[in-house]
Structure formats: structure tokens, C-alpha cells
Design a protein around this ligand. Structure first.
Ligand code: NAD
Length: 260
């Protein structure tokens, strides 16, 4: 590693595992210090065992304003600045078909998905504004191929990820010129992505997921979290992407050109 992020301070939400964790690992390898909003002591131990005092894990829930603010305050107190904020924590709906959700539970199911996937991103972004403006930093959201296409989730997940396209665009517009706002949109990735609290399902347990993704993308394989991590570094660095805002980089094996 070339250490392109020496002196750089970032925050990743949901950075204990999966894509967020790969981003933390890559940022630390590049020389950054990283505050990580996680949900469990297990995540804290795993992060500190691997990265020692290069990471600052903070236990919290992205649905709460106070927890997002605490992550920003703890990180800026420890390292004096914030350069990149990466809202990433998300939950999945396991492609539940719209008609299968009883009408009387629909509002609750909508809230469970949107509170994490959309509200969690907005709260993180709001909490980070002041230090990001001070550093002329940037926000890099984790979006999804489900921000552009149908069929990679159910109506609730796909609509939550589509909502984030508007979030990236409007924030890029409002926060310029001090803060750049961009995103990485991964396609199918080998992680343990879970449902909302109380929904015991996990992406890792879906039989045939690897083969299904591989069949559906021209590049022909299921990606690993680390396959996306370098794109976050590029978007974080003003030296590499200083004229880039409102951009969503697709890291999805070429879904758009898959043909019939
Ligand atoms: P993951 O389950 O490994 O990571 C999600 C993280 O979010 C976990 O660490 C989890 O603890 C955390 N989280 C969930 N709810 C939270 C809450 N209320 N408060 C704090 N943290 C919470 O799964 P992943 O696949 O790495 O997901 C990361 C992001 O990538 C999500 O936004 C997901 O929608 C997106 N994504 C995943 C895929 C895929 O195929 N795995 C594809 C495209 C986009």
C-alpha cells in the first residue's frame, strides 16, 4: 500500500463487517484513522484486534441521532478532524414480493427498512457536516445496484436504495463547494447482510446466491467486499477526484450491459 491516506480521518457506519469492514481495512492500510459505528462488542473486539488504535469503534444504532453525533464527536475529539464520512449500515428485505406483505404490516416493514437505509444515512450526514465543512471533506455513501435496477431486492429495499440517489444528488448540490458528495454502488457481494432487527435471515444463507449473481453479470462472479474498497479511497481523495461530486460509481460486474 502506498499510504495515500496518511493524516486522513474517516468514519464508517456499519463498519464491523462486510463492505464497511473492507473499507475500514483499506483506509487503515492506506494510513487513515477511522471511527467506526458498530452494533456489538464482537465488532469492537474484531476491529481493535486487527487495527489497534488506528480505529475507534463506537457502539450505536444509526437510526438514532444521538448515536451518529456521538460517533462524530468521539472521532473528532480523538483525531481533531474529519475528512470522509461513509454512511454504509444497511438492512435487506430478502426480495419479499410486495403482495406477500400484509397491508396491516406494510407501514411497519417500510419503517424498519427506511429507518436504517435512508434515515440512518441522513442522520450520519447531518452529524458530520460541521467537521466536514471545516476540512473541505467528502461524504461517500454505499448505494447498490438496487439504486438503479429492479429485481435485486423487494419493493422496500429497492425503493430505499433508489431514494439514496436523490440524497446524493441533493446533498451534492446543497453542500458544494466545501463538501463533495459521492457514492459507490456495489452489486451482489459476499456478505452476511441481514434483515431488520428481529428478521433472522442473512444473505450468506441464501442457497445459490453466488451462482445467481455470477450468471447475471457479464464479469461472471460474486464480488467480495474488498473488490469495492479502493473506489471509496479514490472518492475520498481530493487529489484523485477533486472535481467530482454527485457521482455514483457502479461496482457491479457490468449489470447494465448484461443484455437479454
Ligand atoms: P453487512 O451485514 O455485512 O453490513 C451491514 C452493517 O450494517 C453490519 O455491520 C450491521 O451491523 C450494520 N447495521 C445494520 N443495522 C444497523 C443499525 N441500525 N445501526 C448500526 N449498524 C447497523 O452487509 P453488507 O452487504 O456489507 O452491507 C453494507 C451496505 O452495502 C448496505 O447498505 C447494503 O445495502 C449495501 N449493499 C450490499 C450488497 C450485497 O450484495 N451484500 C450489494 C449492494 C449494496
Amino acid at each position: 500500500m502506498t499510504g495515500r491516506l496518511q493524516g486522513h480521518v474517516a468514519i464508517v457506519t456499519g463498519g464491523g463487517k462486510g463492505i464497511g469492514r473492507a473499507v475500514v481495512d483499506r483506509f487503515v492500510a492506506e494510513g487513515a484513522r477511522v471511527g467506526v459505528l458498530v452494533r456489538s462488542e464482537t465488532d469492537v473486539r474484531s476491529l481493535t484486534t486487527q487495527h489497534g488504535d488506528h480505529v475507534l469503534p463506537i457502539i450505536g444504532d444509526v437510526r438514532n441521532w444521538a448515536d451518529n453525533l456521538a460517533a462524530v464527536e468521539a472521532t473528532t475529539e480523538r483525531w481533531g478532524r474529519l475528512d470522509t464520512l461513509i454512511p454504509n449500515a444497511g438492512v435487506y428485505d430478502f426480495s419479499d414480493r410486495f403482495e406477500s406483505i400484509p397491508g396491516e404490516t406494510l407501514a411497519e416493514r417500510w419503517r424498519e427498512i427506511f429507518e436504517v437505509n435512508v434515515q440512518g444515512y441522513l442522520l450520519a450526514a447531518r452529524a458530520g457536516l460541521e467537521p466536514l465543512r471545516a476540512s473541505r471533506g467528502s461524504i461517500v455513501f454505499t448505494l447498490s445496484s438496487s439504486s438503479f435496477y429492479a429485481g435485486g431486492g423487494g419493493t422496500l429495499y429497492v425503493s430505499s436504495k433508489h431514494a439514496l440517489v436523490g440524497t446524493v444528488r441533493q446533498l451534492a448540490y446543497e453542500l458544494a463547494p466545501e463538501i463533495r458528495v459521492n457514492a459507490v454502488a456495489p452489486g451482489g457481494t459476499r456478505t452476511g447482510l441481514r434483515g431488520a432487527d428481529g428478521d433472522g435471515r442473512s444473505l450468506a444463507e441464501i442457497e445459490g446466491f453466488d451462482a445467481m449473481v455470477a450468471r447475471n453479470v457479464p464479469l461472471g462472479f460474486l464480488s467480495e467486499p474488498r473488490d469495492h474498497a479502493g473506489l471509496y479511497v479514490t472518492l475520498a481523495l481530493r487529489s484523485e477526484s477533486g472535481f467530482v461530486t454527485s457521482e455514483i460509481i457502479r461496482s457491479d460486474g457490468g449489470i447494465e450491459v448484461r443484455g437479454g
